[in-house]
Structures are given as C-alpha cells and as structure tokens.
Design a protein around this ligand. Sequence first.
Ligand SMILES: *Cc1c(COP(=O)(O)O)cnc(C)c1O
Length: 229
Amino acid sequence: MFVSVKSQLQQIQAAIDAACQQAGREPAAVRIIAVTKYVSIERAKEALDAGIEHIGENRVEEGVEKRAALDGEQAEWHFIGNLQSKKVKKMLGKFDYIHSLDRLSLAKEIDKRMPEGKKTKCFVQVNVSGETTKSGISPEETVSFIKALGEYAAIEVVGLMTMAPFVDHPEEVRPYFRKLRELKEGVEALALPHAPCHELSMGMSNDYEIAVEEGATFVRIGSALVGKE
Ligand SMILES: *Cc1c(COP(=O)(O)O)cnc(C)c1O
C-alpha cells in the first residue's frame, strides 16, 4: 500500500516552496492539480481531505464518474487528456478547465455546445519539444492559433499547457518550460480580450520543481502524490 496522500503532499509542498524561494516566487501562486487518473474515487477523496483543491482526469467517462461521486466536495476539475470532439458534449459543465485545446475544430465544437453567454476556461496545449508522439500546436503557430480562437465566444484562453519529454535528468526539460513561459508572456502582452493567458500548466511528478522555477502556476501531479493503483 502506498503511503498517505497527506504525507506525500507535505513533501511536494515543501519542494514547491523551496523552488519558489529559489526563483523569488510566491508559493501561493502555484496550485497543485492532483491527477487521479490511475487511482480510485476513495484515493481522490483522500487527496481532497488532505487539502487538495484541484483534481485532474484525462478520460471523459472516468472523470465525470469521479466528479459525480465526489459531488459534495469543494474542488475544481481539470480535463488534462486529449479531447475528442465527439466527447465534448458529455464533459462540458463537468470540468472547470480544459488543458488540451489544440485545434480549431475542437474550439468550434465547444463553442457550439456551450450555453449562450457562458465561457469555458481553456489552456492551449503547445508541443514545445516537437516530439511527434505529443499533441499540441507548434510554438511558431501559437500566437496565430490563439488569435483565431477569438472567433469562438465560448473560449477563454486562461493559459498555456505543455508536457515535457520524459528524460533521465529533470534539468534537461528546463528549456522547454522556459520556452512555454516566454510564449505565454508574448500572448499576455497582446492583451487579447478572449485570451488573458496568465496561467502556465506545466510540470508532472518527475519535473514539477523545475517547472515551478520556470513559472508554472498549475502543476499536474499524479504518481508522486496519489500513487498508481
Ligand atoms: C498523467 C498525466 C499527468 C501526471 O503524471 P505523473 O507523472 O503521474 O505525475 C500530468 N499531466 C498529464 C497531461 C497527464 O496525462
């Protein structure tokens, strides 16, 4: 049996605090998304009891099911996986954030399905490393893609998201996180009404400290926090 979420959270929070100290950032600016895709509803509940306020799931059905089971809990729900257009209808209203907006056809579908006047908080997923196995738009296309999203009234671009390559030494991913932050700052500077773009969703179990040093405002942590069942 894996150790308690509470003790893992304490260690992770201490590491985030240290990374913030190193970078001259406020720890309160970094929020931890507990990625519960590998674990049970009970384990997700344990995370909430330990003080977690954000939950991440990468599959529509499982995520919707977990949220329904944990309905009475105070939490924000993040959809972090690839999102098929045909699943949009099922997930809208059940997740507070989508981290994987990577094509206009998906934006169009979200826009079509959202109630009039309501917005969905989205992160644009960027494939900073250029690995062909990863989804996301290229860094070069990010600005034009975000400008084009202005056509869809239901889309609010709250930030950028990336998944770094898996490497032996987390230090090797620093340039990718830095690149995402620079892209974010570029979009922020445009002050587009539909794209405030203040958030950076980056960093997972093996590289979140580097991500925090480079400006992450949301880290997505699964195995190191709640384990794998
Ligand atoms: C699974 C997953 C995570 C968490 O991964 P860990 O390495 O277990 O922390 C974070 N982000 C995305 C998009 C994921 O699919």
